[in-house]
Ligand binder design. Structure first.
Ligand SMILES: Cc1cc2nc3c(=O)[nH]c(=O)nc-3n(C[C@H](O)[C@H](O)[C@H](O)COP(=O)(O)OP(=O)(O)OC[C@H]3O[C@@H](n4cnc5c(N)ncnc54)[C@H](O)[C@@H]3O)c2cc1C
Length: 466
């Protein structure tokens, strides 16, 4: 591909900006059209803000457990966290500052790499042209040899549960809270709902989690979800299973969540975590020959091609796997493919992901559900963390390491870690899955004594075949 290939990217989230960096590295002339500021929802409203809030929540979780390790407040015995108060206005100011700093960092990096950023809304005019409706008025037509659509997704709301930005909130609006909710209701027990419920509970706020399913995190490993639900209820969260929300209404300072079976739950605030809808309407996609599925997501193949020649798509707008890491990889793959670099198709079995609750739940590779359904044959071992010496020292009682390997070869095909910082502990398992390492090889690598990662090696040892 010539060095002068023109790439136009619609959307400046991880799907967009990471691909812009790859395209610029490979010598293309790159323009990103973005409405909200580079970094996208990932940086401005979703991942970065929520994980910054959760950093504060983690510290409070540690404080709640400090008494067991011999730390007490003067004039107070027992749970140290009850003597502490969260200044939500300060927490939220820090969250917003960090998010905008991160966005500015990305903007500087793009500028250094000579990527042009056009503030405005991008519309696909044809497979070879994007019209930018400029933020400061007017339009500009950008011709392109390849277009990448990376417009992301937005929180789903319902006509019967309309956010007001004050007490009925989407996850994008929680950082405008200045007063601490006295009773928070979180509707939706998927990853986003569980993370916010866990974080606000740790900050000392009474939380009710409304879940339409039997248990929290219906999409995750069942053993992991059970550990989390047990911990959250032990810490005082009310988890309402089999409870489908019908409506959310507000009267003065009181928010009422009505369930389909007629029950009502009242609180001071409600966060709606009902999933996401793709930002694909009114962008000219179907008119330009880009096929959408029934949910409005852009259909793509494993190298991010859409049905329109020269038009690629990446990230949440494709609905492939709604993670920033996957969005970025889909975008990079698109650019490697278009610009003729070496490229391997997207492999979802190598994606490691984490639920940032307390404890965290990290997974990679094949799941227990797929093994139980007979989709792959695998041997399984599950090792509770409470037997780990480091866990005992740190007062960690909950969590486990689970490993899956192929019966004959012993190749590791997946794993789950539940515990504090599971997001860091999953990495050796992720490496094993990516490099087809056997359980024996994983067991033979030294781990530090004492360490939580010792449990990963120990689990691998238990999968040894004589
Ligand atoms: C609360 C929450 C927490 C999360 N935490 C994590 C996490 O910890 N780790 C993780 O990996 N993932 C996390 N995710 C998922 C992650 O945020 C998304 O997968 C990621 O943002 C997808 O990136 P994207 O580039 O597809 O879209 P986005 O980040 O949504 O960026 C798309 C951008 O395009 C802009 N745009 C839309 N339409 C147009 C248009 N027509 N013209 C120009 N610009 C347009 C949008 O305004 C937006 O700025 C979280 C999600 C949520 C909701």
């Amino acid at each position: 591909m010539s060095a002068m290939s023109r790439v136009v990217i619609i959307g400046g989230g991880p799907g967009g900006y990471e691909s812009a960096l790859v395209a610029a590295q490979l010598g293309a002339d790159v323009t990103v059209v973005d409405t909200d500021g580079v970094g996208g929802s990932a940086v401005l409203t979703d991942c970065v803000p929520s994980k910054t809030l959760i950093a504060t929540a983690e510290l409070m979780t540690d404080m709640a457990e400090a008494a067991e390790l011999g730390i007490e407040a003067r004039d107070h015995q027992g749970d140290l966290s009850t003597t502490l108060e969260v200044d939500l206005a300060k927490v939220n100011a820090r969250v917003k500052r960090l998010a905008s700093d991160q966005s500015a960092d990305i903007a500087r990096r793009l500028e250094r790499e000579k990527v042009r950023v056009v503030p405005g809304r991008g519309l696909l005019d044809s497979p070879g042209a994007v019209v930018a409706e400029l933020a400061d008025g007017g339009t500009e037509t950008l011709t392109a040899d390849a277009v990448l659509v990376a417009t992301g997704a937005a929180p789903r709301t319902l006509p019967s549960a309309v956010p007001d930005g004050e007490r009925i909130l989407t996850w994008e609006q929680v950082y405008d809270l200045t007063e601490v909710p006295t009773e928070l209701i979180v509707v939706g027990s998927g990853v986003t709902g569980a993370e916010f419920a866990s974080a606000y509970l740790a900050l000392g706020i009474p939380v009710t989690l409304v879940s339409s399913r039997d248990r929290v995190l219906p999409g995750e490993d069942a053993d992991a979800a059970q550990v989390l639900e047990d911990v959250l209820t032990r810490r005082g969260m009310k988890v309402l299973g089999q409870s489908r929300m019908e409506s959310v209404t507000r009267s003065g300072d009181v928010v009422t969540v009505r369930l389909t079976d007629g029950r009502e739950v009242q609180g001071s605030h409600c966060i709606l975590a009902l999933g996401s809808v793709p930002n694909t309407a009114g962008v000219g996609l179907e008119e330009a020959g880009v096929t959408l599925d029934d949910g409005g997501f852009v259909k793509v193949d494993r190298v991010s091609r859409t049905s329109a020649r020269g038009v690629y798509a990446a990230g949440d707008c494709t609905g492939v796997l709604m993670l920033a890491s996957v969005a970025a990889m889909q975008g990079r793959i698109a650019m490697w493919h278009f610009l003729g670099d070496a490229v391997a198709p997207l492999d979802l079995k190598r994606v490691s992901s984490n639920v940032f609750t307390a404890p965290e739940i990290a997974t990679v590779g094949w799941s227990q559900r797929a093994i139980d359904a007979g989709e792959i044959q695998a041997e399984t071992v599950m090792l509770p963390l409470r037997g780990n010496p480091r866990a005992k020292m740190q007062g960690v009682h909950d969590g486990f390491v689970k490993l899956f390997c192929r019966p004959g070869t012993g190749i590791v095909v997946g794993g789950v870690v539940v515990g504090p910082r599971a997001s860091e502990l999953i990495h050796p398992v992720s490496l094993a899955v990516a490099e087809s390492i056997t359980a024996d090889q994983l067991a033979q690598a030294f781990t530090v004594y004492p360490s939580m990662s010792g449990s990963v090696a120990e689990a691998a040892r238990r999968l040894h075949h004589f």
